[in-house]
Design a protein around this ligand. Structure first.
Ligand SMILES: [Fe+2]
Length: 360
Protein backbone atom coordinates (compact mmCIF):
# COMPACT_ATOMS: atom_id res chain seq x y z
CA UNK A 1 0.00 0.00 0.00
CA UNK A 2 1.22 3.52 -0.68
CA UNK A 3 -0.04 7.06 -0.23
CA UNK A 4 -0.63 9.02 -3.39
CA UNK A 5 -1.60 12.67 -3.86
CA UNK A 6 -5.19 12.93 -5.12
CA UNK A 7 -3.96 14.96 -8.13
CA UNK A 8 -2.06 11.88 -9.33
CA UNK A 9 -4.98 9.44 -9.11
CA UNK A 10 -5.79 7.49 -12.25
CA UNK A 11 -8.70 5.35 -13.35
CA UNK A 12 -8.52 1.66 -12.27
CA UNK A 13 -6.14 2.29 -9.37
CA UNK A 14 -7.09 0.06 -6.42
CA UNK A 15 -8.02 1.64 -3.09
CA UNK A 16 -5.67 0.46 -0.32
CA UNK A 17 -7.81 1.57 2.66
CA UNK A 18 -11.51 2.22 3.06
CA UNK A 19 -12.49 5.86 2.60
CA UNK A 20 -14.76 7.76 4.97
CA UNK A 21 -16.27 11.21 4.80
CA UNK A 22 -15.89 13.86 7.53
CA UNK A 23 -18.85 12.40 9.37
CA UNK A 24 -17.30 8.95 9.49
CA UNK A 25 -19.59 7.41 6.85
CA UNK A 26 -18.07 4.79 4.59
CA UNK A 27 -17.64 6.19 1.08
CA UNK A 28 -15.69 3.45 -0.69
CA UNK A 29 -14.49 0.13 0.74
CA UNK A 30 -10.89 -1.05 0.58
CA UNK A 31 -10.15 -2.79 -2.73
CA UNK A 32 -12.47 -0.59 -4.83
CA UNK A 33 -11.26 0.04 -8.38
CA UNK A 34 -11.39 3.79 -8.93
CA UNK A 35 -13.63 5.16 -11.65
CA UNK A 36 -13.41 8.72 -13.01
CA UNK A 37 -16.44 9.90 -11.01
CA UNK A 38 -14.97 8.42 -7.76
CA UNK A 39 -11.75 10.31 -8.37
CA UNK A 40 -13.63 13.58 -8.92
CA UNK A 41 -15.58 13.01 -5.71
CA UNK A 42 -12.43 12.22 -3.71
CA UNK A 43 -10.82 15.42 -5.00
CA UNK A 44 -13.96 17.48 -4.22
CA UNK A 45 -14.09 16.15 -0.66
CA UNK A 46 -10.72 17.73 0.09
CA UNK A 47 -8.58 14.65 0.60
CA UNK A 48 -4.89 15.46 0.33
CA UNK A 49 -4.24 11.97 -0.85
CA UNK A 50 -5.35 8.38 -0.41
CA UNK A 51 -3.82 4.92 -0.07
CA UNK A 52 -3.67 2.71 -3.13
CA UNK A 53 -2.51 -0.85 -3.66
CA UNK A 54 -0.33 -1.52 -6.70
CA UNK A 55 2.53 -3.75 -7.82
CA UNK A 56 5.05 -1.25 -6.53
CA UNK A 57 3.68 -1.20 -3.00
CA UNK A 58 2.81 -4.89 -2.69
CA UNK A 59 3.56 -6.26 0.78
CA UNK A 60 3.91 -2.81 2.37
CA UNK A 61 1.58 -2.40 5.32
CA UNK A 62 0.64 0.94 6.84
CA UNK A 63 -0.48 0.81 10.44
CA UNK A 64 -2.67 3.56 11.85
CA UNK A 65 -1.47 5.24 15.05
CA UNK A 66 -5.15 5.64 15.85
CA UNK A 67 -8.02 4.16 13.84
CA UNK A 68 -9.59 6.43 11.26
CA UNK A 69 -13.04 5.96 12.87
CA UNK A 70 -11.68 7.00 16.29
CA UNK A 71 -10.07 10.08 14.79
CA UNK A 72 -13.16 11.16 12.87
CA UNK A 73 -15.24 10.63 16.00
CA UNK A 74 -12.84 12.90 17.92
CA UNK A 75 -13.02 15.52 15.17
CA UNK A 76 -16.83 15.52 15.37
CA UNK A 77 -16.74 15.90 19.14
CA UNK A 78 -14.32 18.85 19.02
CA UNK A 79 -16.43 20.47 16.33
CA UNK A 80 -19.51 20.10 18.56
CA UNK A 81 -17.71 21.55 21.58
CA UNK A 82 -16.41 24.55 19.62
CA UNK A 83 -19.82 25.22 18.16
CA UNK A 84 -21.59 25.10 21.55
CA UNK A 85 -19.06 27.48 23.06
CA UNK A 86 -19.14 29.79 20.05
CA UNK A 87 -22.91 30.11 20.35
CA UNK A 88 -22.75 30.57 24.12
CA UNK A 89 -24.67 27.30 24.73
CA UNK A 90 -22.95 26.73 28.07
CA UNK A 91 -25.88 24.73 29.45
CA UNK A 92 -25.13 22.04 26.84
CA UNK A 93 -21.48 21.78 27.77
CA UNK A 94 -21.83 18.86 30.14
CA UNK A 95 -22.93 16.58 27.31
CA UNK A 96 -20.04 17.84 25.16
CA UNK A 97 -17.61 17.15 27.98
CA UNK A 98 -18.88 13.60 28.37
CA UNK A 99 -18.35 13.02 24.64
CA UNK A 100 -14.89 14.57 24.84
CA UNK A 101 -13.95 12.24 27.70
CA UNK A 102 -15.01 9.21 25.65
CA UNK A 103 -13.12 10.42 22.55
CA UNK A 104 -9.98 11.11 24.62
CA UNK A 105 -10.23 7.75 26.36
CA UNK A 106 -10.48 5.98 23.02
CA UNK A 107 -7.42 7.76 21.61
CA UNK A 108 -5.35 7.01 24.73
CA UNK A 109 -6.43 3.34 24.77
CA UNK A 110 -5.51 2.80 21.13
CA UNK A 111 -2.09 4.42 21.50
CA UNK A 112 -1.38 2.39 24.65
CA UNK A 113 -2.26 -0.79 22.77
CA UNK A 114 0.00 0.23 19.86
CA UNK A 115 2.90 1.64 21.80
CA UNK A 116 5.51 0.33 19.36
CA UNK A 117 4.06 2.42 16.61
CA UNK A 118 5.68 5.55 15.17
CA UNK A 119 3.90 8.73 14.16
CA UNK A 120 2.89 8.59 10.53
CA UNK A 121 1.56 12.03 9.74
CA UNK A 122 0.56 11.32 6.17
CA UNK A 123 -1.92 8.97 7.68
CA UNK A 124 -3.32 11.66 9.95
CA UNK A 125 -3.94 14.17 7.19
CA UNK A 126 -6.73 12.99 5.04
CA UNK A 127 -8.99 16.03 5.09
CA UNK A 128 -8.70 19.76 4.94
CA UNK A 129 -11.09 20.65 7.79
CA UNK A 130 -8.08 22.20 9.44
CA UNK A 131 -8.88 23.29 13.00
CA UNK A 132 -10.59 20.10 14.09
CA UNK A 133 -8.21 17.66 12.40
CA UNK A 134 -5.28 19.73 13.65
CA UNK A 135 -6.56 19.48 17.24
CA UNK A 136 -6.91 15.70 16.96
CA UNK A 137 -3.47 15.36 15.35
CA UNK A 138 -1.83 17.43 18.09
CA UNK A 139 -3.55 15.29 20.74
CA UNK A 140 -2.34 12.08 19.05
CA UNK A 141 1.28 13.25 18.64
CA UNK A 142 1.36 14.54 22.23
CA UNK A 143 0.06 11.22 23.57
CA UNK A 144 2.65 9.27 21.56
CA UNK A 145 5.38 11.45 23.14
CA UNK A 146 3.76 11.04 26.58
CA UNK A 147 3.67 7.26 26.14
CA UNK A 148 7.36 7.22 25.24
CA UNK A 149 8.02 9.19 28.44
CA UNK A 150 6.23 6.50 30.48
CA UNK A 151 3.24 8.66 31.48
CA UNK A 152 0.42 7.08 33.48
CA UNK A 153 -2.99 6.67 31.89
CA UNK A 154 -4.30 9.66 33.85
CA UNK A 155 -1.38 11.83 32.66
CA UNK A 156 -2.05 10.78 29.06
CA UNK A 157 -5.74 11.52 29.46
CA UNK A 158 -5.08 15.07 30.73
CA UNK A 159 -2.45 15.68 28.05
CA UNK A 160 -4.72 14.37 25.28
CA UNK A 161 -7.55 16.62 26.47
CA UNK A 162 -5.19 19.62 26.34
CA UNK A 163 -4.21 18.68 22.77
CA UNK A 164 -7.84 18.42 21.72
CA UNK A 165 -8.68 21.86 23.16
CA UNK A 166 -5.39 23.76 22.81
CA UNK A 167 -6.69 26.20 20.17
CA UNK A 168 -10.18 26.59 21.59
CA UNK A 169 -9.49 30.31 22.17
CA UNK A 170 -9.56 30.76 18.37
CA UNK A 171 -13.35 30.80 18.58
CA UNK A 172 -12.85 34.39 19.79
CA UNK A 173 -10.84 35.38 16.67
CA UNK A 174 -12.63 36.21 13.38
CA UNK A 175 -12.15 33.58 10.63
CA UNK A 176 -11.14 36.35 8.22
CA UNK A 177 -8.02 36.91 10.34
CA UNK A 178 -7.32 33.21 11.06
CA UNK A 179 -7.49 32.34 7.36
CA UNK A 180 -6.06 35.55 5.93
CA UNK A 181 -3.89 34.66 2.94
CA UNK A 182 -1.79 37.86 3.21
CA UNK A 183 0.61 39.06 5.85
CA UNK A 184 -1.06 39.92 9.17
CA UNK A 185 -0.93 43.48 10.52
CA UNK A 186 0.60 44.00 13.98
CA UNK A 187 -2.90 44.44 15.45
CA UNK A 188 -4.16 41.23 13.84
CA UNK A 189 -1.13 39.33 15.10
CA UNK A 190 -1.68 40.72 18.60
CA UNK A 191 -5.30 39.58 18.46
CA UNK A 192 -4.34 36.04 17.36
CA UNK A 193 -1.84 35.89 20.19
CA UNK A 194 -4.66 36.28 22.71
CA UNK A 195 -6.03 32.81 21.87
CA UNK A 196 -4.10 30.85 24.55
CA UNK A 197 -5.51 33.12 27.30
CA UNK A 198 -8.99 33.12 25.79
CA UNK A 199 -8.96 29.31 25.62
CA UNK A 200 -7.65 29.06 29.18
CA UNK A 201 -10.41 31.37 30.47
CA UNK A 202 -13.19 29.48 28.71
CA UNK A 203 -11.99 26.04 29.82
CA UNK A 204 -11.28 27.13 33.38
CA UNK A 205 -14.57 28.95 33.87
CA UNK A 206 -16.98 26.91 31.80
CA UNK A 207 -15.69 23.36 31.81
CA UNK A 208 -14.84 20.90 34.51
CA UNK A 209 -11.37 19.78 33.41
CA UNK A 210 -8.09 19.13 35.26
CA UNK A 211 -5.86 22.14 36.08
CA UNK A 212 -2.91 20.68 34.14
CA UNK A 213 -5.11 20.61 31.02
CA UNK A 214 -6.05 24.28 31.03
CA UNK A 215 -2.59 25.46 32.11
CA UNK A 216 -1.15 23.61 29.09
CA UNK A 217 -3.67 25.42 26.87
CA UNK A 218 -2.46 28.75 28.30
CA UNK A 219 1.21 27.93 27.73
CA UNK A 220 1.24 26.07 24.40
CA UNK A 221 2.89 29.02 22.56
CA UNK A 222 5.62 29.61 25.14
CA UNK A 223 9.21 28.95 24.06
CA UNK A 224 12.10 27.61 26.12
CA UNK A 225 14.12 30.80 25.44
CA UNK A 226 11.33 33.04 26.77
CA UNK A 227 10.43 34.48 23.35
CA UNK A 228 6.98 32.90 23.29
CA UNK A 229 3.62 34.19 24.51
CA UNK A 230 1.52 35.07 26.48
CA UNK A 231 3.85 35.24 29.49
CA UNK A 232 7.33 34.78 28.02
CA UNK A 233 8.08 31.92 30.43
CA UNK A 234 11.39 30.10 30.09
CA UNK A 235 12.58 26.48 30.41
CA UNK A 236 10.92 24.45 33.11
CA UNK A 237 8.74 27.37 34.13
CA UNK A 238 6.68 26.12 31.20
CA UNK A 239 4.80 22.98 32.24
CA UNK A 240 5.87 19.64 30.78
CA UNK A 241 2.47 19.23 29.09
CA UNK A 242 2.80 22.63 27.38
CA UNK A 243 6.36 21.85 26.24
CA UNK A 244 5.07 18.62 24.64
CA UNK A 245 2.10 20.37 23.04
CA UNK A 246 4.28 23.05 21.47
CA UNK A 247 6.30 20.42 19.54
CA UNK A 248 3.16 18.56 18.44
CA UNK A 249 1.44 21.82 17.48
CA UNK A 250 4.28 23.25 15.39
CA UNK A 251 4.94 19.92 13.65
CA UNK A 252 1.33 19.45 12.62
CA UNK A 253 0.83 23.11 11.66
CA UNK A 254 3.95 23.13 9.46
CA UNK A 255 2.94 19.96 7.61
CA UNK A 256 -0.59 21.24 6.88
CA UNK A 257 -1.70 23.24 3.86
CA UNK A 258 -2.94 26.66 4.97
CA UNK A 259 -4.56 29.48 3.02
CA UNK A 260 -1.30 31.45 3.24
CA UNK A 261 1.20 28.67 2.39
CA UNK A 262 1.64 25.06 1.25
CA UNK A 263 2.36 22.51 3.96
CA UNK A 264 5.95 21.46 4.43
CA UNK A 265 6.99 17.85 3.94
CA UNK A 266 7.29 15.79 7.16
CA UNK A 267 11.08 15.66 6.84
CA UNK A 268 11.33 19.46 6.46
CA UNK A 269 9.18 19.90 9.57
CA UNK A 270 11.36 17.42 11.51
CA UNK A 271 14.44 19.42 10.45
CA UNK A 272 12.76 22.61 11.67
CA UNK A 273 11.98 21.08 15.07
CA UNK A 274 15.55 19.75 15.37
CA UNK A 275 16.94 23.15 14.31
CA UNK A 276 14.94 24.93 17.01
CA UNK A 277 15.57 22.58 19.89
CA UNK A 278 16.98 24.40 22.87
CA UNK A 279 15.52 27.73 21.68
CA UNK A 280 11.85 27.12 20.93
CA UNK A 281 11.62 23.52 22.09
CA UNK A 282 12.82 21.43 25.02
CA UNK A 283 15.91 19.50 23.92
CA UNK A 284 15.05 16.25 25.76
CA UNK A 285 11.50 16.24 24.44
CA UNK A 286 12.68 16.85 20.88
CA UNK A 287 14.86 13.76 21.26
CA UNK A 288 11.81 11.71 22.27
CA UNK A 289 9.74 13.17 19.43
CA UNK A 290 12.50 12.37 16.93
CA UNK A 291 12.61 8.77 18.15
CA UNK A 292 8.89 8.32 17.49
CA UNK A 293 8.40 10.14 14.17
CA UNK A 294 8.51 8.66 10.66
CA UNK A 295 9.39 11.56 8.35
CA UNK A 296 9.26 9.09 5.44
CA UNK A 297 6.31 6.83 6.23
CA UNK A 298 6.03 3.34 4.70
CA UNK A 299 4.86 3.61 1.11
CA UNK A 300 6.60 6.96 0.41
CA UNK A 301 8.56 7.04 -2.85
CA UNK A 302 11.88 8.83 -2.50
CA UNK A 303 14.85 9.67 -4.70
CA UNK A 304 18.38 9.27 -3.37
CA UNK A 305 21.39 11.53 -3.85
CA UNK A 306 22.99 8.86 -6.10
CA UNK A 307 20.06 9.00 -8.55
CA UNK A 308 18.29 5.82 -7.47
CA UNK A 309 14.63 5.75 -6.46
CA UNK A 310 13.04 3.61 -3.80
CA UNK A 311 9.86 3.01 -1.90
CA UNK A 312 10.01 3.04 1.91
CA UNK A 313 9.05 -0.36 3.27
CA UNK A 314 10.06 -0.04 6.93
CA UNK A 315 10.80 2.66 9.51
CA UNK A 316 13.12 2.27 12.47
CA UNK A 317 12.52 3.82 15.86
CA UNK A 318 15.16 6.44 16.63
CA UNK A 319 16.33 6.48 13.02
CA UNK A 320 13.44 8.06 11.17
CA UNK A 321 15.56 9.73 8.49
CA UNK A 322 17.19 6.37 7.53
CA UNK A 323 14.40 3.91 6.62
CA UNK A 324 14.70 0.66 4.66
CA UNK A 325 13.79 0.99 0.97
CA UNK A 326 12.92 -1.28 -1.89
CA UNK A 327 14.77 0.05 -4.91
CA UNK A 328 12.72 0.84 -8.03
CA UNK A 329 14.10 0.15 -11.52
CA UNK A 330 14.24 2.80 -14.23
CA UNK A 331 10.92 1.69 -15.73
CA UNK A 332 9.15 2.25 -12.39
CA UNK A 333 9.00 -1.43 -11.32
CA UNK A 334 10.16 -2.60 -7.89
CA UNK A 335 13.33 -4.68 -7.80
CA UNK A 336 12.12 -7.25 -5.28
CA UNK A 337 15.40 -8.59 -4.05
CA UNK A 338 16.98 -5.15 -3.86
CA UNK A 339 16.46 -3.82 -0.36
CA UNK A 340 18.49 -0.93 0.96
CA UNK A 341 18.73 -0.30 4.70
CA UNK A 342 19.94 3.29 5.04
CA UNK A 343 21.27 2.54 8.51
CA UNK A 344 23.97 0.26 7.12
CA UNK A 345 27.71 1.05 7.04
CA UNK A 346 27.71 0.70 3.25
CA UNK A 347 25.06 3.40 2.87
CA UNK A 348 26.69 6.10 4.96
CA UNK A 349 27.05 8.46 1.96
CA UNK A 350 23.55 7.81 0.64
CA UNK A 351 20.85 10.28 1.67
CA UNK A 352 17.24 10.86 0.71
CA UNK A 353 17.24 13.85 -1.63
CA UNK A 354 13.52 14.18 -2.32
CA UNK A 355 10.30 12.55 -1.19
CA UNK A 356 6.88 12.14 -2.71
CA UNK A 357 8.39 11.63 -6.18
CA UNK A 358 6.85 9.61 -8.97
CA UNK A 359 8.00 5.99 -9.53
CA UNK A 360 9.27 6.83 -13.03
FE1 LIG B 1 -2.31 27.83 19.21
Amino acid sequence: MRFINTKLLEKDMKLGKSLFDQKGRLLLPEGTCLKDNYIRKIQRLGYNGIYIDDVLSQGITVNDVVDVETRIEAVQVIKGTYSRLERGMYHHLQAAEAQLRTAVDNIVSEILMNNEIMINMVDLKMYDDYTFFHSTNVAVIAVVIGTALGFSRQDLYELCMAGMLHDLGKICIPDAILNKPDRLTDDEMALIQTHPEQGYDVVKKKMNLPTRTYVAILQHHERIDGEGYPEGRTGERITLFARILSIADVYDALTSDRPYRRGWSPSEAVEYILGNCGSAFDRDLVEVFYRKISPYPAGTIVSLNDGRRGIVIRNHEGCGLRPTLKIISRDGKPVDAYLLDLRGDDTSTVVIAKEGVEPN
